[in-house]
Design a protein around this ligand. Sequence first.
Ligand SMILES: *Cc1c(COP(=O)(O)O)cnc(C)c1O
Length: 408
Amino acid sequence: MSAVSSSSPSDRFSLPDAGGHFGRYGGVFVPETLMTALQELGDVYAAARQDPEFQRELRHHLKEFAGRPTELYFAERLTEYAGGAKIYLKREDLLHTGAHKINNALAQALLARRMGKKRIIAETGAGQHGVATAAVCAKFGLECVVYMGAVDMERQALNVFRMRLMGAEVRGVEAGQKTLKEAINEAMRDWVTNVRSTHYILGSALGAHPYPMMVRDFHRVIGQEVREQILAREQRLPDEMVACVGGGSNAIGFFFEFLDEPSVRLVGVEAGGRGIKRGEHAARFEGGKLGVLQGSKTYILQNPDGQIELTHSVSAGLDYAAIGPEHAYYRDRNRVQYAYACDDEVIETFQLCSRLEGIIPALESTHALVHGLKRAKEMRKDQIIVINLSGRGDKDVNQVAKILGVTL
Ligand SMILES: *Cc1c(COP(=O)(O)O)cnc(C)c1O
């Protein structure tokens, strides 16, 4: 444990500052036309955060609609297989719509209602955030438009149909790489034009303030439950916690309650894709540099001219050139460590977890499993590791079948 991590217990509640900064990261880098909307959102959220009625309502919907609390599951056979630390899985895959994304989508839909906004827009990559947003909009009777890259729409046709079934309009984006980055650009353009009637439900701990803070807060429930559950089960805190990091929302929500516990090692796992070579991965801490993308200053994969680098990962949900600013901050302070997992290891572990535990994990979450299993092997049998299973793999079975050469 480094001196930095133990001497910096927590400014966690004072971050970000009023301008949305996590140290030198974060901030508000948007066109002037959006400043008023972000200010309004910040004010409404500040009030809601203090309001017991908002918190009560959110808890109610998280329980009844989303299915919280989720189990903390002892993975007996994976533990036996690794032969080291006890492995627990936090079962966010059991949530309605199949991933942690619903925690944030529900909460932001409640905020939209408070602001009197009846039209929702969202971006989506793999489609999980789009599906979660479509579901909450159906539930609350809100109009819903989801922007999605044309390439992603083709790869994730099933999720496109799901969104449409729930009444959302899915708009394909043909610009650039036709994936998540372009979908976010289109959503921001829509927001600028329709800001009076429309709330933008951003899907990760990314973008301009107050989004990274707000999205983090809406996922903190994950770590709060883990703390209670592991204390009830083992009468102590875990030694290590591992989560995958796309934008960083499931990871920061999982870690937050433990930032002040120097005995708990926290590890985020990025997408190593086909290996750490330019354009072949999405591990921002492996070769990324400080820059600004879509509202926030953070680590970004870019070429020497500052153009955004192409990225690749077998999992669409981790395939993004920027990482949430709070992660960059805790990495600098050495409080959270970062690793990566590559496509081939992910495909192997996807099958292993399915076979040993009867749980088909999302490809994103499988990145955390790959690293967690390596670590469990190195740890003692009396130690405990908790891995966040951010989502389920039903959405990925077609893709994996194709990779394995199986015709369905
Ligand atoms: C979207 C998604 C991720 C990545 O997003 P984060 O904001 O980094 O959590 C991870 N796992 C699943 C299952 C997802 O759907």
